[in-house]
Ligand binder design. Structure first.
Ligand code: GRF
Length: 210
């Protein structure tokens, strides 16, 4: 997939937005090749939105409970995102599954980051589930969003150790440090070099910008 230069990113968040902040910081360097053109959320009052506002990036909120159905919400979210004409949509701690309407428009150009090594521990509790299972390493996975829960083709993964005295918070914090680095590195490459999805593989840097 080819992208404009700099690539236009719409980032969706639900929480503290440290992944978003890492992208905003990276985008401050023109050589990074991307800029965040809007930040959307599924709830008001979160630090992720405040971070966008402090950076002068337009924000929007689409709350599921304000719509008659999940499908209506999904369609409205897709419309909202489309208005900013993104090359890439980045789900960065966005705690909702996007649906059919959204994927019909942005499938293949939407990535999500999950705090576990897929295909292990999908869902909302990746760090807790990894800790409970007793794995010795875990990490984060960047993937192209599909209709499943954390099942999309993998763009990148990063590994961290699980320490004996970890609790969920300390483990998730260690994951998040590595996750942010992976996100910035991979989104930058996708933006600058383009990418191609072939079966279960994502090839970065193979689609020269035209
Ligand atoms: C990240 O670990 C993300 O993978 C998970 O929630 C965390 C969000 O962190 N789903 P932040 O909002 O970017 O700080």
């Amino acid at each position: 997939m080819t992208v404009s230069s700099p690539a236009r990113l719409v980032v969706l968040v639900s929480g503290s937005g440290t992944n978003l902040q890492a992208l905003l910081d990276a985008c401050a360097d023109p050589a990074y090749g991307a800029r965040v053109v809007a930040v959307g959320a599924d709830r008001e009052g979160i630090e992720g939105l405040a971070r966008a506002e402090r950076s002068g990036v337009p924000t929007f909120v689409n709350q599921v409970s304000h719509y008659g159905s999940r499908e209506d919400w999904d369609r409205a979210l897709a419309d909202r995102v489309a208005a900013f004409e993104p090359d890439l949509v980045v789900l960065a701690g966005f705690m909702k599954l996007v649906g059919e309407s959204f994927l019909a428009r942005f499938g293949g150009r939407t990535v999500n980051t999950h705090p576990a090594l897929s295909p292990s521990f999908p869902g909302m509790h990746g760090p807790a589930d990894a800790l409970a299972y007793g794995v010795k390493v875990t990490g984060a996975t960047l993937f192209v969003v599909d209709a499943g829960v954390d099942t999309g083709v993998i763009v990148a993964q990063t590994v961290v150790p699980v320490e004996d005295d970890d609790d969920v918070e300390s483990l998730h914090e260690r994951i998040k440090v590595a996750e942010r680095e992976m996100l910035v590195e991979s989104v930058g490459r996708m933006a600058r070099e383009g990418f191609r999805v072939e079966g279960r593989r994502v090839h970065l840097g193979v689609a020269p910008r035209g």
